[in-house]
Structures are given as C-alpha cells and as structure tokens.
Write a protein that binds this ligand. Structure first.
Ligand SMILES: [Zn+2]
Length: 142
C-alpha cells in the first residue's frame, strides 16, 4: 500500500504547501518549478508504479481526475494545449504531470523536459495565490 522508501508515499514530495486538492484516489499539487506556468502534478495516493497495477475502476477514476484538472488548467491559464506525462523514471510512483502550454511558450514543439531552463519556484505568496485560484476553479466544476 505504502512504500516507506518512496518520496511520494512519505509525503515529502511534492511539498504540502503546494496542495490544490485531495481527491478520493489522488492528490493534486502545483509543481515546484513554475517555468511553465500552471505545471501541476496528480499523484496517485497509494504506492503503484504502473498503470496496469491499478484496478480498472482506479484507472478510470484517475484519468477522470487528470482530465478534470486539465480542463481547469486550460481555463485558468488560457492554455493553447495541455501536455500529459506519466514517466516515473526518477520517482517510480504513479504521478501525472499535467502541463499547460501557453501561447508564450518558449518551445511549443518540445516536451518540457527538453526545454533547458533554471527551475522557477514561486514566492510563498505567489504559490498560495495560484493554489487558491485553482481551488476556486475546481469548486466551480463540481
Ligand atoms: Zn510511493
């Protein structure tokens, strides 16, 4: 259920202050690097490393969460496109990166991992503001 060696299971990543929503099967966080504004992470609550490890109902619900977050990000950030990435090479615990790509995107044809940049953390108050804005948008979609 929980892997004590896993950062996601321990709750040490992503930072709790970045929490947008605690849904039934996943938690949603704003990513610490906001170089791509609105970069969000949907973390599955129990330890699992592959989609095929999930029960079909869990997979469906998780995709519903991802899709719902994507639609909110599209609206709030006026995204031109949303990227969905499920990798787990560095942190083998199911977490979707949901990344709005804006008209101002420096490399619209590339995946974010290929765009060299210094990570851009928000200030504490900017982070709080962004989290609250997404929480409000989420409430309006229920
Ligand atoms: Zn884990």
């Amino acid at each position: 259920m929980i892997d004590p060696t896993c950062k996601a299971c321990q709750g040490s990543w992503p930072p709790k202050t970045h929490l947008i929503a605690d849904l039934d099967l996943s938690k949603v966080y704003l990513h610490e690097d906001q170089f791509f504004p609105g970069w969000t992470v949907v973390v599955f609550k129990r330890h699992a490393t592959e989609l095929f490890h999930l029960a079909p109902t869990e997979r469906i619900l998780l995709m519903e969460h991802v899709s719902r977050i994507a639609s909110i990000l599209a609206k709030v950030y006026e995204a031109k496109k949303i990227n969905y990435e499920l990798l787990g090479n560095q942190l083998p615990h199911i977490h979707w990166h949901v990344i709005p790509r804006l008209v101002t995107d420096p490399a619209p044809l590339d995946p974010v991992w290929r765009v060299q940049h210094e990570p851009l953390p928000l200030s504490e108050s900017e982070m709080q503001k962004s989290v609250e804005r997404l929480q409000q948008a989420l409430q309006h979609t229920r």
